[in-house]
Design a protein around this ligand. Structure first.
Ligand code: HEC
Length: 157
């Protein structure tokens, strides 16, 4: 009996250790730094997010003006879309750092419509430090948690 209890306790510790390791987020300070990089380098084109209500209004705007009032898909959408193809933090961060430095239609994973409306993103990462690119990519990964399917259900377009 005693052995069984010890066994259970060991298993519980092992499970908890595993859990903290696999969901290890970067420190809050790094995420904050990534947000500042976003504000300074990305927000002119990418809105941070769009509420479902706002999205309905935007559809009307697009009908009238032929395109939305911003230059790129919102980051909440970009994050969900890129995670569909690059689900782990490691793959995601590597993809984003490379894409913003050397973007191309072939590499991109956005909906075909995005390139038609906005064109391919300019290489804004060319003038950014590796550190800044890493921070903004991590911010983009951790700031949003919807899957692509959830995003499209809430924001049909
Ligand atoms: C001048 C406008 C502009 C700026 C500034 C900009 N982007 Fe973009 N971005 C776009 C457009 C347009 C697209 C959609 C077409 C595409 O993917 O190339 C896009 C798409 C993306 C994608 C999806 C790539 C794909 O196609 O799979 C990522 C990731 C991204 N941007 C990250 C960033 C980050 C991070 C920054 C800031 C460091 C940034 N962008 C700044 C215009 C911009």
């Amino acid at each position: 009996m005693r052995k069984a209890i010890i066994g259970l306790a060991v298993a519980a510790v092992a499970l908890t250790a595993c859990k903290t390791q696999s969901t290890q987020k970067p420190p809050e300070a790094e995420i904050k730094k990534g947000y500042l990089v976003y504000k300074n380098n990305c927000s002119a084109c990418h809105w941070e997010t769009v509420s479902p209500e706002k999205m309905r209004k935007l559809r009307q705007y697009v009908r009238e003006h032929g395109r939305p009032p911003f230059g790129a898909p919102p980051m909440s959408e970009v994050s969900a879309r890129v995670k569909k193809f690059y689900p782990t933090e490691e793959e995601f961060v590597a993809f984003v750092k490379d894409y913003i430095t050397n973007p191309s239609r072939e590499k991109g994973v956005c909906l075909p419509r995005a390139y038609k409306i906005f064109g391919v993103m300019p290489a804004v990462g060319k003038n950014m430090s590796d550190e800044a690119k890493e921070a903004v990519a991590k911010w983009l990964y951790y700031r949003f948690d919807m899957t692509w399917e959830e995003f499209m259900k809430k924001h049909p377009h």
